[in-house]
Structures are given as C-alpha cells and as structure tokens.
Write a protein that binds this ligand. Sequence first.
Ligand code: FE
Ligand code: FE
Length: 193
Amino acid sequence: MLSVDHIKEKLQSALSVERYIHTIGVAEEAQKLAANYGDEQLMKKAEIAGLLHDCAKDYPPDMKRRFCKEYHVPVDEIMKRQIDLVHPFLGVEVARREYDVSDEEILEAIKWHTTGRANMSILEKIIFIADYIEPNREAFEGLEKAKELAYANLNHAMLYILESTVDYVKKRGRELHPFSIEALKYYKRMTEL
Ligand code: FE
Ligand code: FE
C-alpha cells in the first residue's frame, strides 16, 4: 500500500477540489469514530478507507463505464441508469490497482459506503457514517442528530442515515438500490432488539 502522503498526492490530481476536501473530512471523522469504537489498527484502516472511498467518483461517466468493463466490475440495471452508483464498486478496483491496497476490510468499506448492506462490519459502518457527518459538509437538516447517534450507537446511526437517504432519494425521484433496502430492513430489525 502507498503511504498516506502519497495517497493524498494522487487523490489531489484524481479529484475535484471540493471532493478532495470532503475526502479529508471523511478520513478525519472516520479516524475519530474508530478511536471511539476500536483500536489503533482500526484507526489506521479507517483513515485509508476514508481517503480512498470516493477515489473513482470524479471519473466522467464514460470513463466509469470503460473502467468497469476493463476491471470486470458488474454494472446492474440500476447502475446502468444511474452510473454514479458504480463509484464505490469501481473504487475498490482503483484502490487495488492504483493505490496498491490489498487489505480486504478496507476494500469492503469502500465498496459499501454508498448503498450500505445488511450486517456491515464496524469499519464499513464507520466509513458509511463518516461520509455523511464529515466536518467539511455544509450543515443540513438532521446532521446534528446523525453526529450524536454516530458516537452513541453505530446501528442507530446506520438506521437514521439510511432512512434520511431513502427520503432524499425518493424526493429526487431516483431509484433506491436493493442493497440499501436490505440494509434498511436489517438495521430496523437490529435496533428493535
Ligand atoms: Fe461516495
Ligand atoms: Fe463521499
């Protein structure tokens, strides 16, 4: 794996300025969450996964399609209609190839940061949540509540953010990915227990 400095340097040329700032915010927040819920090893993984979670997001649409083919990333029907949805899955392959990441836990955290899924690892939840609450985001309704939940209980934070995301996606008339629906059902059940 490349050093943190080298990763940052490469990201600066791969991402827009706004996305780079967001990325740094996610890496910082993810490290804080990891300190709250785990050890130093988790913090290190959280930093790398946070830095790389959007590494393929600013590729133009045609480039996303082309690299998905080249790297054998499956593109399902929903992704075909909303090509940006491939960025976490494509990001895994870019992280592997261009940033020399082989840690499967880090790669899985990149993979599930947008849709979520049922039964996520702690690192997966941390990246999903940090993406939502990172400090460089503009304030929006529900942000404070999400932050509070993030440091109190990861499963409650997951449910809260998934529900907000579903509302947001519906309001914009977009389709919800089945992974998100599964995740929502799962975290509803988990938080009822
Ligand atoms: Fe993303
Ligand atoms: Fe992001």
